[in-house]
Design a protein around this ligand. Sequence first.
Ligand SMILES: *Cc1c(COP(=O)(O)O)cnc(C)c1O
Length: 462
Amino acid sequence: MKYISTRGQGEPKDFQGVLLAGLAEDGGLYVPESLPQFSADKISSLKGLPYNELAFEIIKPFVGGTIADDKLQQMINDSYGSFSHKAVAPLQQLDANQWVMELFHGPTLAFKDFALQLLGRLLDHVLTERNEKAVVLGATSGDTGSAAIEGCRHSEHLEIFILHPYQRVSEVQRRQMTTILDKNVHNIAIKGNFDDCQDMVKQCFADQSFLPENTRLVAVNSINWARIMAQIVYYFYAGLNLGTPEQAVSFSVPTGNFGDIFAGYIARGMGLPVDKLIVATNNNDILHRFFQNNDYRKESLHQTLSPSMDIMVSSNFERLLFDMHKRDGASMHELMDKFQKTGTIQVSDTAWQDIKSLFDSCRSDDQQVCETITELNANTAYLADPHTATGIRAVQELDLARETPVVTLATAHPVKFPEAIVKAGLNAPSLPHHMADLHDREERYDILENDLNILKDYIQNT
Ligand SMILES: *Cc1c(COP(=O)(O)O)cnc(C)c1O
């Protein structure tokens, strides 16, 4: 299995290469040269497997022999063994044809644990084998940071630096990061918004000369292919539980950076029968505007009750654009350069129509999110978090669950976002047992100006 950059330059890399690189040298994102194909018979043979065994079957072809099978299975077992629900990704039925798949039973109570529990172990394994050390650098709008820290904190080969926008993540989210006091964990609050943080991370990757020699920078945000890879698994898991391959399934996905839903797109490309993929956004609706009007245009950032989806641009969208441009790296290079200058992208009408046959979208503002939480709770007693609620509302709004089963990905536990739950007129749930004292734990983080050089100095001197 080889991986190529969406911007067409540089040599193809193997799995270990893309795991350690994150972003490609030409500024593009790595994608598989071609996807492993799972026939209907092969998919049938996966029915009934426990989550960790299914994960091995799906992930193995992407690793392409660069990690021994028994080691890979062990890391997968350890990753999902830390989840508090035996099914790992349990499905709850809401209606005749409607389900939620709960992806929040990992250590930090959001779906990002699926990828980052495994990513931390993969990095540790590969670096141990190579006898190397690495600096993990990432930006978070909330959930990535804590999941990455949980995934990396035990590795002796990693120093981890996580940037979050100062005073723009929820209290629970911040404390889940800043109360981890391991020596290799460094939390930085940047006086700016999430996109400022993400830009700084990108610029550090583009020019790594500030780092000491022989130290490598590793990306843990969803531009890292290994994260997408781990997320493909639960699409298969949902499908298999709902009658795949005979039965097609649709998915509604609360979306920010387009990583989670892109994994669903890849699952479909591998042979999973997926009918529709629904992009559910909050008021940060750049993707909704694209799927409705072919208008991908950077606008200002809105703070919402679903902060993990508060983004201006969706970094993984470039991977879909690459396919929409017939995988032509040269024209992608041009397109992304133009986007950098003008802040807008439009694709050809044919390409847009084509992608619309698979994707649809729906935007929900804070009020609609709260109404959805309230109504759903009144009708089913289910308590959805505000991110999940955007997905559930999209299913209702687009009237999807008529013939095809629809699965909304429940991306976070409602306890992480009490503000929205209270606004919805419900009681905020209490923290689960292992986090009950979160608000009493000691915190450690530094606040830095929104300035690249200050950040580079900080990393250098740590
Ligand atoms: C990260 C996150 C999202 C958005 O996922 P993307 O892969 O960035 O599209 C949605 N909900 C929650 C709770 C998240 O943490």
